[in-house]
Design a protein. Structure first.
Length: 254
């Protein structure tokens, strides 16, 4: 499903509703305005086949009162969400981007990737980006624009059957009412948070990184990381995890 740049899609509940219960892949591409109004979602995409891909061009704007983008893959392939325009959830408890890969019972889903270009802006009533990998494979969140949520700017969860978790900020701002970045890895791989520029702000945590699996934790910052009440950075390794490293090469942590 592809939307051209000159068009507008508006629905009372959903702008685009795409549910694939078949065996193939699901792809939704947007380049203009999409809106899901009352209690709704801009793009709602679910997949039970192979992979799920949602792409937004820089010319696009996606608005929903519950979710901007809702992408859930219970199929056997990977989940990918790529954004470059404006995404806004206008309610009080929803998500700018809600991305789920796999299910623990089925073991489906082979990796989760969420990517935001520098032209992008994502805001959610509770979460800017919520990325949960309940399947297998790696989890990667890469940002370069503005992200905001009243609970967390970015919230990442990776389950026991997964591998590495990587969150990268190359520019822009990540702001959460409680947490700038809140990341947990329960899998067998490493948890890496890498900030090369930009700002990360929360009240409880600027960055929280918790490894509860068997890998290492590495945090590197070169921009601004700030918590207004508690921890600029909190890094935790459970007894099953290995190395823990926090490195600051520039910027400020407070």
């Amino acid at each position: 499903m592809t939307q051209a740049a000159a068009s507008t899609i508006t629905g009372a509940a959903y702008g685009i509703y795409a549910a694939n219960t078949g065996t193939g892949a699901t792809s939704v591409s947007s380049a203009a305005a999409i809106s899901g109004a009352s209690g709704g979602t801009g793009i709602y995409a679910t997949n039970a086949g192979t992979g799920l891909t949602v792409m937004q061009a820089a010319t696009g704007s996606i608005t929903g009162s519950t979710n901007g983008i809702y992408a859930v893959n219970t199929g056997m392939g990977a989940t990918s969400v790529t954004t470059a325009g404006t995404i806004s959830e206008t309610g009080t408890g929803g998500y700018g981007v809600y991305a789920i890969n796999g299910t623990p019972s089925l073991g489906a889903g082979t990796g989760l990737t969420v990517t935001q270009a520098a032209t992008g802006s994502i805001s959610g009533g509770a979460y800017g980006i919520f990325a949960s990998n309940r399947g297998t494979g790696a989890t990667t969140v890469t940002t370069a624009g503005a992200i905001a949520g009243t609970t967390s700017g970015i919230d990442v969860y990776s389950g026991k059957a997964t591998t590495d978790v990587t969150v990268t900020q190359s520019a822009g701002s990540i702001t959460g009412g409680s947490n700038g970045i809140f990341a947990q890895n329960w899998g067998s791989g490493d948890l890496t948070i890498d900030q090369t520029a930009g700002s990360i702000t929360g009240s409880s945590f600027g960055i929280y990184a918790g490894s509860y699996g068997t890998g290492a934790t590495a945090i590197a910052t070169a921009g601004t990381v700030k918590a207004t009440n508690t921890y600029g950075i909190k890094a935790y390794n459970a007894s099953t995890a290995t190395d823990l490293t926090v490195t600051q090469t520039a910027g400020a942590i407070s």
